[in-house]
Design a protein around this ligand. Structure first.
Ligand code: HDD
Length: 752
């Protein structure tokens, strides 16, 4: 066993993974009983916390994986078997009557293998099909018991395991990671009182106000049904046809056309619960609440030209980014903040808090930090975990309740319903990634793929034969907030829902000039792809109501005149409480200015001045960045001082858009080689256009000149992101360079 363990080392950073010396490993030939999920008591409490929950996480250790250990399989050192556990002698040849004879029907081994393969795929999600997930934990800063009895918020330091899935919305499962799109931000909390799913997005509002319109929205957004185009893109006729006829979508469009829709990383975007939810405390007292996740790394985005090019350079850009960061121990972290307000406060707002196209400005109700979420473990198996995870807006726990938001009402139905066909039946809650760590006992039985073996003959309640078990929890159980309801049945909307523009204008007014330009550019791009002029015109008419400058600039880009404004559904909306909200700008959360996990390209070729590159490399590593030596070909690069550097990427396999910044090397011979390559120019031009930091050492300054890159901005100011230095001053240059990369981008240079 020890020899095998040495030959097949398992990942010791994953504490509970089966390894050769693991206590979890079944002894060969012995039936392995799955560990009981509850070995210490009838309910999971802080006192008997299992390996999956506990008071505080040990740094580097991820407790969220524990409950999944009983189903993790590791074949290292094992014999190949059929699904019935029968050892397979030959996995190369089917059973035939003679070496050149026909295959035999009796070959159950071949048939089992092929049949299973034939059914490997399941339907993809109707929306949010493409996504990436990770395990982690949520840790409360303090008790929120005065507001809610929700388990994760009951004590300072309380830890609740989570599984998170980030996603795009429109694209299919195999589509790209960087289209202009909303990102899903779905968090499953495995709490002591059952699973709570906070199924949010990276944008705090939504396109529509009523779930009745969701199928229409999605049909308009998805590839057009006659020819199946375009993939993962909203820039087409049907989407803009629909939204231009639905002015309620305007506020969301402003966000979706902003840089929020092209995040640099899942690790660098906010998340929002979108709807107004309710917090309910043990006494039954209720407050309204909005959920906000804010990334520790700050909010950062791509620019559109870069996002479009990344689609070709790396389809898995965001998936890889998340995976690599977690593997490297650079665990992404978000702070959870709550906007808590009373129903009386909500009544007085100029907008309706039940309208998912509206935010509650932070100036009106501040965001209170209540805890942090850390993602510290990658899934072991993409399908078993990330694909099979089933988030449901209906999954709430005691202490969290719904409001009458009509969009939320439809979601409460839709998610469970969709899992039944996607995951093949009503027992998807038993799939390990979906199974709560709280025990499940009820009288639901049977159905496709039932895993639990229910004992006894009682599957009804009330019963006497089973001693009345399982019994109702009474006051300890989930009780809906007893909101009084006495109204006529109607199909309609409250009046404030008809104010479609006030908050769209607030959003635009709250952006920096560069952000406003990016919004203009996005509208221009998207509407330029619309082939029916009447749709473009209708959309412009709507934008006039947001901001005349916005409409004028978009119209100019489309070669169209600004039309008359679209008639308002509500002529005299209530005066807004705020007309500018700095928190709505991405610049409000710059992060700590550090450059951890940023990828930096160091170009090199034979003859490169080695010592200055090594200084840069060391300084970047020390700052937590990922310096990557990129050369015309892989392998050894001979430096002019006789040393050898190792190129781990080529200019062909790693285009410039995959890097956050660029270092050009000193060394006459290397610079001459690089100057002769078209890719060098592309590296410099792309990095420059995308407002990234470039450092040219010594002789490579000629490459900047050749690429037409100036060190001065059009304004005459020095460009803080175009740096030059001699090789001798590499140590100082590294400091300046790192500070400049920490700015993320030099948008003063923005030129597209
Ligand atoms: Fe939804 C998936 C977020 C409105 C119906 N939605 C889905 C996912 C996220 C959201 C993050 C992916 C979950 C995962 O990673 O598996 N959806 C939202 C937000 C909304 C929203 C923030 C508005 C506030 N959704 C919405 C409505 C409906 C749906 C109004 C239907 C009435 N959403 C679904 C769905 C999906 C889904 C069809 C597809 C796959 C799935 O549920 O599991 O049920």
């Amino acid at each position: 066993v020890q020899a095998l363990a040495a030959a097949f080392p398992h990942n010791t950073a994953k504490p509970a993974e089966f390894g050769h010396d693991s206590a979890l490993q079944p002894v060969e030939g012995q039936t392995a009983q799955p560990a009981s999920p509850d070995v210490t008591g009838s309910t999971l409490t802080e006192a008997n916390a299992s390996a999956k929950t506990g008071a505080a996480p040990t740094p580097g250790e991820n407790r969220a994986g524990g409950a999944l250990d009983r189903v993790r399989a590791d074949a290292a050192g094992r014999v190949l078997t059929t699904n019935q556990g029968v050892p397979v002698a030959d996995n190369q040849n089917s059973l035939k009557a003679g070496l050149r004879g026909p295959a035999l029907l009796e070959d159950f081994i071949l048939r089992e293998k092929i049949t299973h393969f034939d059914h490997e795929r399941i339907p993809e999600r109707i929306v949010h099909a493409r996504g990436s997930g990770a395990h982690g934990f949520f840790e409360a800063y303090d008790s929120l018991a005065r507001y809610t009895q929700a388990a994760p918020f009951q004590a300072a330091g309380k830890v609740t395991p989570v599984f998170v899935r980030f996603s795009t919305v429109a694209g299919e499962r195999g589509s790209v990671d960087t289209p202009r799109d909303v990102r899903g931000f779905a968090v499953k909390f495995y709490t002591d009182e059952g699973n709570w799913d906070l199924v949010g997005n990276n944008i705090p509002v939504f396109f529509i106000q009523d779930a009745m319109k969701f199928p229409d929205l999605v049909h308009a957004l998805k590839p057009e049904p006659h020819h199946g185009m375009p993939q993962a893109a909203s820039a087409h006729d049907t989407f803009w046809d629909f939204v231009s006829l639905m002015p309620e979508s305007t506020h969301m469009l402003m966000w979706a056309m902003s840089d929020r829709a092209i995040p640099r990383s899942y690790r660098m975007m906010q998340g929002f619960g979108v709807h107004t939810f309710r917090l309910v405390n043990a006494e039954g007292g209720s407050h309204f609440v909005k959920f906000h996740w804010s990334p520790k790394l700050g909010t950062h985005s791509l620019v559109w030209d870069e996002a479009a090019k990344i689609q070709g350079a790396d389809n898995d850009y965001h998936r890889r980014d998340l995976w690599e960061a977690i593997e490297a121990g650079e665990y992404p972290e978000w702070e959870l903040g709550l906007q808590i307000f009373s129903e009386a406060q909500a009544e007085a707002f100029s907008f309706d808090v039940l309208d998912a196209t509206k935010i509650v400005p932070e100036e009106l109700v501040p965001v209170t930090p209540v805890g942090r979420m850390v993602l510290n473990r990658n899934p072991d198996n993409f399908f078993a975990e990330t694909e099979q995870v089933a988030f449901c807006a209906a999954h709430v726990i005691p202490g969290i309740d719904f409001t009458n938001d009509p969009l939320l009402a439809g979601r409460i139905h839709s998610y469970v319903d969709t899992q039944i066909s996607r995951l093949g039946g009503p027992n998807f809650h038993e799939i390990p990634i979906n199974a709560p760590i709280a025990q499940v006992h009820n009288n639901q039985r049977d159905g496709l793929h039932r895993q639990a073996i229910h004992r006894g003959r009682v599957a009804y309640e009330p019963n006497s034969i089973g001693g009345g078990c399982p019994f109702q929890a009474g006051a300890r159980g989930f009780m809906s907030f007893p909101q009084p309801v006495q109204e006529d049945k109607v199909r309609g909307k409250p009046e404030k829902f008809a104010d479609h523009y006030t908050q769209a204008s607030l959003f635009f007014a709250s952006q920096t000039p560069v952000e406003q330009q990016h919004i203009v550019g996005a509208f221009r791009f998207e509407l330029s792809k619309v082939t029916i002029p009447a749709i473009r015109e209708r959309m412009l008419a709507s934008l006039v109501n947001v901001h005349t400058d916005l409409a004028a600039q978009v119209a100019a880009g489309l070669g169209m005149a600004v039309p008359a404004p679209m008639p308002l559904a509500l002529e005299n909306p209530a005066l807004p409480e705020v007309t500018a909200s700095p928190a709505l700008s991405l610049t409000a959360r710059p992060g700590d200015g550090g450059i951890r996990t940023r990828k930096i390209a160091l170009l090199a070729a034979d003859g490169v001045e080695g010592s200055s590159l090594r200084v840069l490399q060391q300084a970047l590593l020390a700052a937590g960045a990922v310096p990557v030596l990129v050369a015309p070909r892989l392998g050894a690069v001979a430096a002019s001082d006789g040393a050898t550097l190792e190129a781990v990427a080529t200019m062909e396999n790693s285009p410039p858009v995959l890097f956050d910044a660029l270092v050009l090397p000193d060394g006459e011979a290397a610079v001459a080689t690089l100057a002769a390559l078209g890719q060098t120019n592309e590296f410099i031009v792309n990095q420059y256009r995308h407002c990234k930091t470039i450092l040219a050492l010594g002789a490579s300054q000629s490459l900047l000149v050749a690429a037409g890159v100036a060190q001065q901005l059009p304004s005459g100011d020095v460009d803080p992101g175009v740096l030059t230095a001699s090789a001798n001053t590499a140590t100082t240059a590294a400091e300046v360079f790192i500070a400049a990369v920490g700015q993320h981008r030099h948008l003063q240079r923005d030129m597209d």
